[in-house]
Design a protein around this ligand. Structure first.
Ligand code: B12
Ligand code: SF4
Ligand code: SF4
Length: 314
């Protein structure tokens, strides 16, 4: 290691080598009452729809020390899932799910960063979180100075024109790293813009807080019911996930100068599924074969078929 580089800068550089387009440090403190009560109110309104897992571990969500004893720092990282310039988007599946499952990819990519933290700060511990841990990933990204939360409720990263098409991940560590300047919670570069609200087919967006009961991403991925609500109209839209409130956003139209992660490039086998009718005709063996190692497995085959049929009916 170059001896002129401080340990925290060496760790940040390791984050970039892992493929992150932005990385920052926040003090691992208790988030306090403001965050806990915002979240409790969101749940109390029923805006989490049927995602009962979001009701669990509420007390853990406010404090990273409940996920790693003695936590001092949250390293927040954003990884772009923009498709490489040569790759085409898929008509049926959201961009984030076209490549290899990001949970596995990011855990693997973060291993050397964790090893470096332990080497530079002997005796310290690390814990990696990617999506599934009870932690407010967007709020930690805000606190670590990565970006701001837009009206579409997405964390938007201005650095390198990354925008909101990023995955978030965290390394919670007992090492004390100097915190970056947090983005102010009330900073609102959206101004008068309402493009995401206007583009949302379910009218699911209230500023910074989504109503999942109206969100097509929820219905096509997380809703386990046999039938979708009548007003969910999928013809001509994605049948897995939804990108419309991001497509509308001017922060995603800025030229991107960060790294493209090959792992997130579209899997060639997905091109075999051209229409909703192709998905409606899948059997279990084919489903397993096509979606092995893919985040699309979050939706089980009966759900995908349900969505495809709705798209054909509408
Ligand atoms: C549940 C969930 C969903 C639900 C609900 C979405 C939502 N907006 O909350 C559904 C299924 C609809 C969904 C959809 C999508 N999701 Co999702 N989802 C999650 C998950 C697992 C939890 C989010 C959550 O707790 N929401 C509840 C809200 C109330 O909590 P919160 O977002 O943490 O908000 C807190 C803070 O932001 C804070 N806050 C916000 N503003 C302010 C202002 C003030 C003043 C204060 C004090 C606090 C504050 O208050 C909240 C409570 O503390 C996270 C992973 C994670 N562990 O965080 C991924 C995550 C948010 N999803 C992600 C993605 C990629 C998507 C989709 C794009 C997928 C797709 N293409 O279909 C869509 C986008 C839809 C959208 N516009 O949000 C990414 C987002 C990356 C980014 N740039 O923000 C995440 C972070 C996963 C990851 N590791 O990358 N998702
Ligand atoms: S993901 Fe789609 S349905 Fe959900 S809030 Fe965004 S535009 Fe609306
Ligand atoms: S579309 Fe406009 S209002 Fe929505 S997040 Fe982007 S800038 Fe903000």
């Amino acid at each position: 290691m170059n001896s002129t580089v401080s340990p925290s800068e060496a760790i940040r550089q390791a984050c970039f080598r892992a493929g992150a387009c932005a990385a920052g440090f926040a003090e691992a403190c208790d988030l306090g009452e403001a965050s806990a009560s915002l979240y409790a109110a969101w749940l109390a309104d029923g805006r989490h729809a049927s995602m009962a897992y979001l009701e669990k571990y509420q007390e853990l969500r406010t404090n990273p020390a409940s996920l790693l004893e003695g936590a001092r720092t949250v390293v927040s990282l954003a990884f772009s899932y923009r498709l490489p310039p040569h790759a085409a988007r898929h008509p049926l599946f959201a961009d984030y799910a076209l490549g290899a499952d990001y949970h596995d990819v990011l855990r693997r990519r973060l291993e050397p960063v964790c090893a470096l933290i332990k080497e530079l700060f002997p005796g310290t511990e690390t814990r990696v979180c990617v999506d599934t841990a009870p932690i407010h990933e967007r709020l930690w990204a805000l606190r670590a100075g990565l970006g701001f939360i837009g009206r579409n409720s997405m964390l938007i990263v201005p650095a390198r024109g990354a925008g909101s098409r990023v995955f978030l991940a965290e390394i919670i560590t007992t090492a004390a790293l100097p915190p970056d300047t947090p983005m102010h919670l009330d900073y609102d570069p959206c101004g008068d813009c309402t493009r995401c609200l206007d583009a949302c087919p379910g009218r699911a967006l209230a500023p910074r807080a989504i109503d999942a009961r109206r969100c097509y991403s929820f219905h096509t991925i997380e809703n386990r019911s046999e039938t979708l609500p009548r007003d969910v109209r999928l013809r001509g839209r994605r049948i897995y996930g939804c990108d419309l409130c991001q497509d509308a956003c001017p922060f995603n139209r800025v030229e991107y100068s960060g790294p493209y992660i090959e792992d997130f490039a579209p899997r060639p086998e997905l091109t075999l599924l051209k229409t909703a009718a192709d998905v409606a005709a899948l059997d279990h063996a084919r489903y397993i074969q096509l979606f092995r190692g893919s985040a699309i497995r979050r939706a089980k085959l009966p759900q995908l078929i349900r969505n495809a049929r709705r798209s054909l009916e509408d």
